[in-house]
Design a protein around this ligand. Structure first.
Ligand code: ACM
Length: 655
């Protein structure tokens, strides 16, 4: 079996050697390599579309920076041929396919559209690598197109505001891995983030001054379009609307006054579906936003309406419901959605909403975003609605890339649907909710994990090789660093703050093997978080999906399956000694740095189980009843120890 795998690898039948993510639909190795030297350049086909020249200019610049040369305008090497004129607004139906052929003497990228060209250029860039003979690209023929047309990332800028530079870096990262929908969660109880000329009290009273001007929005839309990304705005309603009601309390179901909500969870403030003024307001507001955001999809949220303020209303809702013979609040919510949908249609938009909006009263041109489980996606498709999957792609649940990578929009209940229903599954969206995420650490929550989901949404369904995904994810991680993303850079900054100096070694040794707790755990451990709580402690610094833990786990498995592997044994000992010896340094720091206080019990537990594993290895005796190991298997405060499982395997091994 081993020999067979080795042969497959050597013959190129397994995808293991490719430096590309997401993997293309089809990739075939050619003979030799194309060198990338000082004479290299991209030759565009005719066509003066701004998106085309911008993509080529940026790629020429990126390649020049990568290989450390300034590439002249007259260089040759990659010829680009685009067939169709570009359009000003990208749509869901646009063709993203491309063909890339690289031989020893040159490369040709062909695509029907500028959008396909943008995707193909990203692939070409990833293939460039440094070998003993300098920079080069392997000879290859790629024919590529996405599996799903809707490959999104949602960013919540309400709970914690995300400045424009964070938004732009997010778009840079998305483009690198071919994500094509930026879903911008622009309003919620904790902040209204867009300038409205028609209703200026929305941003004046609902944002603490943290909002995007309309010029900012236009700049982001242009920036996204140049990178092949649509921008879908979300204005969550009728719940999640406290920030609107601060300035316009007359839209609410109870008299108010209202305040911006500073804590997390589901709040009571809700628009009043029985008031005609609410729809008059929304007509004007949506009209304004419909011309600001050119995409044909418009997200109205619709999630988590708790109904308390509807129950608390004595002025108009009871009579309204009685008159219309509504059986309950679900009918009231459905009525609201129907009115909003009519307004959206008037402005040429398709409605999108979270899965709570699913109701047969709505027309079939809407899109359901499934967040509470794949069942709602299957239900929607069966009833004739298009849908996208987000359940399983919540970055704030702090799961590993491996786990999220294997979640498939066509999996679970969707798998049993008929072909016509399956056609309605448009793709998926990663969700970045920001209750426990600031502008400083948001990139470390998004990247590189989002690249794994991006591959699920782009590449053939059969690609499920987790180790190979991680091999390529490591490559993307460094590509994103070079693009200027701050997921790794800010980790260092945050570690310096934790340590109180540039000497971060002890603190990093610890945080490198921790994982931040998920949203629920953090709320459970500390229900007192508010919007102004600094996110600067262990759980904010530690990153999901520790690469040290993954590596250590592999070495432990190697060793336990072959105890004569002395290199593995010695490496394991070095790690365990590092973690047990690190504790004294962490305790010394934690004794005077309040911000590090929650590191003390975590570090002590890690040190104890590391010492027990060393003892088990030395004596060859399993240590079955380790209370410390039991403690380490659970969260400690707001973090978990990501190396507990492999350390546990060593402690409990039958030697
Ligand atoms: C959601 O997570 N409330 C859509």
């Amino acid at each position: 079996m081993r020999t067979l795998i080795a042969l497959l690898l050597a013959s190129g039948c397994v995808d293991a050697q490719w430096r590309v993510m997401p993997m293309p639909a089809s990739i075939r190795a050619g003979e030799g390599r194309m060198q990338i030297g000082p004479g290299f350049g991209i030759q565009p086909s005719r066509g003066s579309w701004s998106r085309h020249s911008s993509a080529i200019g940026r790629m020429q610049d990126r390649i020049g920076r990568l290989i450390g040369l300034s590439l002249g305008a007259d260089g040759t090497g990659l010829s680009v041929q685009v067939k169709m004129a570009d359009s000003m607004v990208q749509s869901l139906e646009d063709d993203e396919s491309y063909r890339l052929e690289v031989t020893r003497v040159g490369a040709v990228l062909t695509s029907p559209t500028v959008l396909g060209e943008i995707q193909g250029l990203e692939t070409f860039f990833q293939l460039i690598e440094k070998t003993a003979d300098g920079w080069s690209v392997p000879a290859v023929t790629i024919e590529d197109r996405p599996r799903f047309a809707w490959r999104g990332l949602m960013l919540d800028v309400s709970r914690h505001f995300m400045p424009l530079d964070v938004v732009k870096r997010t778009l840079d990262g998305m483009a690198a891995v071919k994500l094509n929908v930026f879903h911008w969660h622009l309003s919620d109880d904790q902040g209204f983030r867009v300038e409205s000329m028609k209703f200026p009290k929305l941003q004046e009273l609902g944002s603490d001054g943290n909002f995007y001007t309309q010029d900012d929005i236009r700049a982001v839309i242009e920036y996204a379009r140049f990178r092949g990304i649509r921008v879908v705005p979300e204005f969550d309603m009728p719940g999640h609307t406290a920030s609107w009601l601060v300035g316009y309390p007359e839209l609410g179901s109870v008299p108010g006054p209202y305040r911006i909500v500073r804590t997390w969870g589901i709040s009571d403030p809700t628009m009043d579906p029985a008031k005609p003024e609410v729809y008059a307001f929304l007509d004007t507001f949506i009209g304004e936003m419909a011309s600001l955001f050119p995409d044909t999809y418009f997200h109205i949220g619709g999630d988590e309406v708790n109904g308390r303020h509807w129950n608390g209303n004595t002025t108009d809702i009871p009579a309204f419901m009685k008159e219309r013979r509504f059986a309950g609040q679900q009918d009231l919510h459905a009525y609201f959605n129907q009115q909003v949908q009519k307004i959206l249609t008037k402005y040429g938009k398709h409605m999108e909403g979270w899965d709570e909006i699913l109701n047969p009263a709505l027309p079939k041109d809407i899109v359901i975003q499934s967040w509470r489980g794949a069942k709602s996606l299957a239900d929607a498709a069966r009833q004739g609605y298009a849908g996208i999957l987000s359940s399983g792609y919540y970055l704030d649940h702090t799961e590993t890339s491996a786990k999220m990578y294997l979640v498939d929009p066509m999996g679970g209940l969707v798998d049993s649907l008929g072909a016509a229903d399956k056609q309605r599954i448009l793709g998926g969206e990663i969700c970045m909710w920001t209750e426990y995420t600031s502008a400083e650490n948001v990139e470390s929550r998004m990247w590189p994990r989002s690249a794994a989901i991006a591959e699920r949404l782009w590449s053939p369904a059969g690609l499920r090789d987790v180790p190979d995904m991680y091999r390529r994810l490591t490559m993307v991680d460094s590509e994103l660093d070079q693009l200027g993303l701050r997921h790794n850079l800010n980790y260092r900054t945050m570690l310096e703050r934790l340590a109180g100096s540039a000497d971060i070694e002890a603190v990093q040794t610890l945080t490198d093997v921790l994982a931040p707790g998920a949203l629920r755990l953090r709320h459970h451990v500390n229900p007192n978080y508010t919007q102004s709580t600094p996110l600067n402690r262990l759980a904010d610094v530690a990153r999901p999906d520790s690469s040290v833990a993954r590596h250590f786990s592999e070495v432990v498995d190697r060793y336990l399956s072959n105890k004569t592997d002395t290199a593995a044994r010695d490496e394991i000992r070095r790690w365990l000694n590092l973690w047990s010896g690190n504790d004294a340094k962490v305790q010394a720091l934690a004794s005077w740095r309040a911000v590090l206080r929650d590191a003390a019990p975590v570090s002590a537990t890690l040190a104890k189980i590391s010492a027990q594993a060393l003892a088990s290895m030395a004596s060859g005796t399993p240590h079955k009843a380790s209370a410390d190991l039991q403690a380490a298997r659970k969260p400690i405060g707001e973090v978990t120890i990501a190396v507990t499982a492999p350390i546990g395997r060593l402690i409990e091994a039958a030697w």
